[in-house]
Ligand binder design. Structure first.
Ligand code: ASP
Length: 895
């Protein structure tokens, strides 16, 4: 026990007083090409030794070993010799398989291993290792943020080796959350330009390049050789060392080349290093010392890592006494302070050449910042930064550059606009003076492009398409016409009455449509007049005629019934013949029908209603006839004045079912493609007809001329038909639209113009500008409005339907109901007045009713009344044995 206490006291004493050894050896493992990194390593050690801010009483001594990647045997020997010499930490190697090997030796012997290169391994907390290079998953987040900011949707990723695919694995994982189309390419043993050619053929314009720093220049050069280094391409280089590449050859092409930089260009230490750097470089025979801002990331990381080790050593020294024995690979003895030194390194935070240096528990850099670099006319330029810190907004890019990259700006760019001469979209300006440039053209799309250029600030140059075609894919898979010119770069956009079709949309991008249309038939106006035997029936539709007939029958019947019911329609024809007891009623069935037809025909009759109820019927019927006859007369006059002509065809189906009238369409365009690809039997039949007779024309003008000659129908888009029939009064549109589609502006695939142009088209639509332009070029300019009167005249007169005259029938019904009601009142009034003797009111009414509707001679049981009584009561209805005698016009009752 005493011995143990003495040992403890001695140990404590040694711990307190034993300083760090005066010489501290640290090992560096470098490849043959790592001269700059090695220089940075030496420089860092020299700085620490000379500044004496850290490790005042010790001197760091670098022990360098050159290794070859893949040579594990010699690497092993060299690492062991470094450790045998007393190296307490190992730096490097900078990548390759041997790095793994070195790490396992360091893990076994508990020697701190400090790495400064990109590796795809995940650091474990039990490794005696730390890596100052940001881990791949953090970098992937930065790439994803940048791709999002640039608005890429379809892009390619090209990588070189298997490390590359492992590195971008994290990126692909992150990318899964977004609706991105990513095409992967590996350079492998083929020249880079082959891959770029493939990418070019697939019309992908954005590429992420993951290659070794040393190959970046060649890769970009190959891209340039196959025409993939234009203003339309954008590249994201994953290497953090783009600043070390000579980009002179690429900076004027307006290609967007972006990358990240870890080296902190704002750190004053970077600039103060330069004198030492140059001196040391010349001392070591290295003349090509870089500018501080061109420092390799690995060099800067090595510099920072030496500083990190020195700080940790000093901290460790302050807490315990460190011994630095030589370690043998053969023995199982580990360095007892290795893990402690590593644990002291992890919490250290300082500002180094690579920005803020700090670590998470696994020894990964946690809150580093990357500069966003892009190439401009002035060379590589910082345009923003990305921060790995959780608290800040990750990506910050200056507005000007964000707009430029995220396709928010077309300002000051000059677009080549290809078009076709086709009125009214684009026409050659008529002038006595020779016109040049855009002045040569006028028309709807010339105005449209002008409006768009004002909104977006671009300039434009019009050109006419070389082959005068809209664009179709030929057998070899190449596009001709406007689409071809956009694809092969002769023009940036194509604008005219260019229809948006699915096939074309596979090759180019279309903006939102600026005009809607559909295929219809242009035909010569027919002149053969229509003559029909029963044209006098035309003013009313059939249903109205049926209603009129029903009204006639109905009113006549009601008149008959009411006439019978009303006591005031029964009269004694011979009031002076007292012995005769005869009552007469004018409104027999035939008389009622005659009365109504007489008034309907505006002729009248000798029959006159006497009761209030029958007069009401007559009045409402007169009103009805007045309205109906006036409507009929007015509409008949219109029918007789409007000439109705017969058109031999009324629709596409009519065209398809005959062969005497020829028909055709434009030789190369969407109309032809519509018939060619249609599955509808009528259109298929029409396509067969057109194909066999070869009735295609080269321009709409030729089509129109053929139509004018007669016996030819031209299938054309309705917007153009509208324009033609407005000016050429011999032409007309036949039938409706066979389909619906729109005209759009074609741009190259994934072009930045598309979104902006679409947005502006919407704006023009919302402000009514597009409508005004259409009005101007269709109705006002170039003889517009010439055939408007003709068109109005020829608008056909239509028969009156029940909707037009239904109200009169309703009034008639109302009138009849009123008359019926009045008749019942009259009937009851009289019945009440004539009630006598033992007959009740009800019995009296029943008797009266029976009498009213008795159609033949019959006896009425009951008491007989004197004629005087009857005459006094003016009653016809209390007679016994009534005898109905039917005269031609009257019913006579004889007693
Ligand atoms: N506007 C059509 C096109 O883009 C021409 C046509 O076929 O009528 O092809």
């Amino acid at each position: 026990m005493l011995i143990f206490i003495i040992q403890l006291i001695v140990h404590q004493f040694i711990t307190c007083v034993t300083p760090l050894p005066p010489i501290i050896r640290i090992g560096g493992l470098f490849g043959a090409n790592d001269t700059e990194q090695e220089l940075a390593f030496h420089l860092a050690i020299d700085r620490i030794n000379s500044d004496r801010n850290i490790l005042q009483s010790s001197t760091l001594v670098p022990e360098i070993q050159r290794i070859t990647d893949g040579d594990s045997f010699h690497t092993n020997k060299k690492v062991c010799s470094l450790l045998a010499n007393g190296a307490i930490a190992l730096f490097g190697p900078l990548g390759g398989q041997t790095a793994l090997h070195v790490q396992s030796i360091c893990d076994a012997l508990e020697i701190p291993h400090i790495e400064c290169h990109s590796n795809s391994r995940d650091m474990m907390s039990d490794h005696i290792s730390i890596n100052l290079y940001p881990k791949p998953s953090s970098l992937s987040r930065a790439y994803v943020d940048l791709v999002k900011a640039w608005g890429w949707k379809v892009f390619a990723i090209v990588y070189e080796d298997n490390h590359g695919i492992v590195r971008i694995q994290d990126f692909l994982k992150e990318a899964q959350q977004y609706d991105w189309t990513i095409k992967l390419y590996q350079f492998s043993d083929r020249p880079y330009r082959d891959i770029f050619w493939e990418i070019k053929m697939t019309k992908v314009f954005h590429v992420i390049i993951d290659v070794n720093r040393l190959n970046i220049f060649t890769v970009l050069k190959h891209a340039q050789q196959v025409g993939m280094m234009t203003e339309f391409q954008s590249y994201l280089i994953t290497s953090l060392d783009l600043q070390t590449i000579n980009l002179e050859d690429f900076k004027f092409a307006k290609t967007k080349i972006t990358s990240f930089r870890l080296v902190d260009s704002t750190n004053p230490e970077l600039y103060s290093l330069m004198t030492d750097w140059t001196q040391l470089a010349s001392k070591r025979g290295l003349n090509n010392a870089s500018k501080p801002t061109n420092l390799l990331t690995e060099s800067a990381l090595l510099y920072d890592s030496v500083k990190l080790l020195a700080t940790a050593l000093q901290d460790l020294d302050q807490s315990q006494s460190i011994t630095m024995p030589s370690i043998s690979c053969q023995s199982d003895n580990q360095w007892q302070f290795g893990t402690s030194l590593m644990n002291y390194m992890r919490p250290i935070t300082f500002r180094g050449l690579t920005g803020l240096v700090d670590f998470d528990q696994f020894g990964h850099r946690s809150s580093f910042t990357l500069d966003v670099m892009t190439i401009s006319d002035d060379g590589l330029q910082k345009i923003g930064y990305w921060s790995g810190s959780q608290t800040l907004q990750p990506l910050n890019i200056s507005d000007e550059w964000r707009d430029n990259f995220s396709y928010m700006s077309l300002a000051n760019q000059t677009l080549i606009v290809t078009t076709i001469i086709n009125p009214p979209y684009c026409m050659l300006r008529e002038s006595s003076k020779t016109k040049y440039g855009n002045d040569r053209f006028e028309g709807y799309i010339v105005d449209l492009i002008d409006e768009l250029s004002k909104l977006l600030g671009f300039k434009y140059k019009f050109k006419t398409v070389d082959d005068n075609k809209y664009g179709a894919k030929n057998e070899t898979g190449f596009w001709n016409g406007l689409i071809g010119e956009v694809l092969n770069g002769k023009a940036d956009i194509a604008v005219v009455d260019l229809t948006i079709t699915s096939k074309r949309a596979e090759a180019v991008d279309f903006t939102l449509p600026f005009m809607n249309t559909g295929i219809s038939i242009l035909f010569k106006k027919p002149t053969t007049k229509v003559t029909t035997l029963f044209s006098f029936l035309s003013p009313f539709s059939n249903i109205v005629w049926v209603y009129v007939l029903a009204a006639y029958v109905g009113v006549s019947s009601v008149l008959f019934i009411v006439g019978r019911l009303s006591p005031y329609e029964w009269d004694n024809p011979h009031p002076c013949r007292n012995e005769d007891f005869v009552l007469e009623n004018n409104f027999s069935l035939t008389n009622s029908f005659f009365f109504t037809i007489g008034s309907l025909m505006q002729q009248g009759s000798d029959l006159t209603p006497k009761a209030m109820s029958t007069r009401a019927i007559a009045a409402i019927w007169y009103f009805f006839t007045l309205i109906m006859i006036s409507s009929y007369t007015a509409n008949l006059a219109a029918f007789l004045t409007v000439e109705k002509v017969i058109s031999p065809i009324e629709s596409a189906a009519d065209l398809a079912s005959q062969s005497s009238i020829e028909y055709g369409c434009l030789a190369s365009g969407s109309t032809r493609a519509f018939f060619q690809e249609s599955n509808i039997s009528t259109f298929k039949k029409m396509w067969e007809f057109m194909k066999n007779r070869d009735v295609f024309v080269d321009s709409n003008d030729i089509g129109k001329q053929r139509v004018e000659k007669g016996n030819y129908a031209y299938l054309m888009e309705s917007a153009s038909i509208e324009y033609s029939v407005e000016r050429d009064c011999n032409l007309t549109q036949v039938g409706g639209l066979l389909d619906t589609k729109g005209y759009g502006i074609a741009t190259r695939k994934n072009s930045k113009y598309r979104g902006l142009l679409s947005q502006s088209i919407l704006k023009l639509q919302e402000t009514g500008r597009l409508l005004m332009l259409k009005e101007k070029w269709w109705k006002q300019k170039k003889g517009g409005g010439k055939c408007t009167d003709d068109n109005k005249k020829s608008s056909s007169v239509t028969a009156l339907k029940i909707d037009n005259v239904g109200g009169v029938f309703v009034v008639l019904l109302g009138g009849l109901s009123l008359a019926f009601f009045v008749a019942i009142c009259e009937f009851m009034w009289r019945s009440r007045k004539s009630t006598a003797g033992c007959e009740t009111m009800c019995e009296e009414m029943i008797n009266d009713l029976k009498f009213s509707f008795a159609c033949q001679s019959k006896s009425k049981p009951g008491k007989r009344k004197s004629y005087e009584d009857n005459v006094n009561n003016s009653s016809y209805n209390t007679l016994s044995q009534p005898q109905v005698i039917r005269g031609q016009f009257t019913n006579k009752l004889d007693y």
